[in-house]
Write a new protein. Structure first.
Length: 276
């Protein structure tokens, strides 16, 4: 039963994006039933493919996907008029569809464009049904991503920054007590902080409310990385030497990294006090 309990650990939790994708799919089916739309699977598939990891990513990807729909539908319908379901046309059409998506820099549109092409080639609905229903699915995904549990990267940045400060503070104490250092945890938190900052910056202006705080945090990333470098140097010295005798060259090097780390930590702490 270990695998069952391990499944529910942190790495296997249901993320908001997964839940929102399921909600979007449900709304698609409800809307298609209410308006008696033909071929509802176009709506569902498009909504699933259009659910992005951020609102801004969903908007940009959705726009590209709509253009990709027109490309895939046009090529598929044109080849279907010549020879529906032809194996050779299927391969050539997929290649041409992917090439056009790449040529027009329609990032994230290739999969849906190929889906539309295949549907048309094999006669699964009309071009109008494919484009209209898929566009409805894309719009539903955008609205769900915007309204239901929208990503709050500002809060994630704040939480990551607080965690990082506590990890660094503990590591500074561990250096003084000659305890084992956990530099990997600090490195992971810095990477997560960087990711959240980049995701926050990538959002459109109307979705950003904490520009000043995020900017101040981003300015401290380089300091955090320098502290991490000093901690790694101290960690290497400890792992490769059982004792550090006073007066030796090793002792001088060790204290250099220790003093530099303490100064960087004091500098970062003073910046934190200024922002609070």
């Amino acid at each position: 039963m270990n695998w069952f309990s391990n499944f529910f650990k942190t790495n296997h939790r249901l993320g908001f994006r997964i839940v929102k994708t399921g909600i979007a799919a449900t709304i698609c089916v409800v809307i298609s039933d209410f308006f008696n739309l033909n071929q509802p699977f176009f709506i569902v598939v498009a909504a699933v493919m259009a659910m992005g990891k951020s609102i801004d990513a969903s908007v940009k990807s959705g726009r590209n996907k709509i253009f990709g729909l027109f490309i895939g539908t046009a090529i598929g319908y044109g080849l279907a008029l010549i020879s529906p379901g032809n194996a050779g046309f299927c391969g050539v059409g997929i290649i041409f569809t992917l090439y056009l998506c790449h040529l027009f820099k329609l990032n994230g549109a290739a999969t849906l464009a190929c889906f539309a092409f295949t549907a048309m080639l094999f006669g699964l609905g009309t071009p109008a049904t494919c484009i209209v229903n898929s566009s409805i699915g894309i719009i539903i995904a955008l609205l769900v991503n915007l309204i239901i549990m929208p990503p709050n990267y500002a809060a994630e940045i704040k939480n990551s920054c607080e965690l990082l400060c506590s990890q660094i503070e503990q590591s500074v104490k561990d250096c003084g007590d000659f305890c084992q250092l956990d530099t990997r945890a600090i490195e992971t938190t810095i990477a997560k902080l960087n990711y959240n900052i980049n995701m926050y910056i990538s959002q459109t202006k109307f979705l950003r409310w904490n520009d000043d705080e995020v900017f101040q945090t981003s300015c401290k990333i380089s300091t955090y990385n320098m502290i991490l470098d000093e901690l790694k140097a101290i960690e290497v010295i400890r792992l490769t030497h059982d004792t550090i005798e006073e007066g030796t060259e090793l002792y001088t090097v060790y204290n250099y990294h220790l003093n530099r780390m303490n100064k960087l930590y004091e500098y970062a702490s003073s910046k934190d006090e200024e922002t609070t």
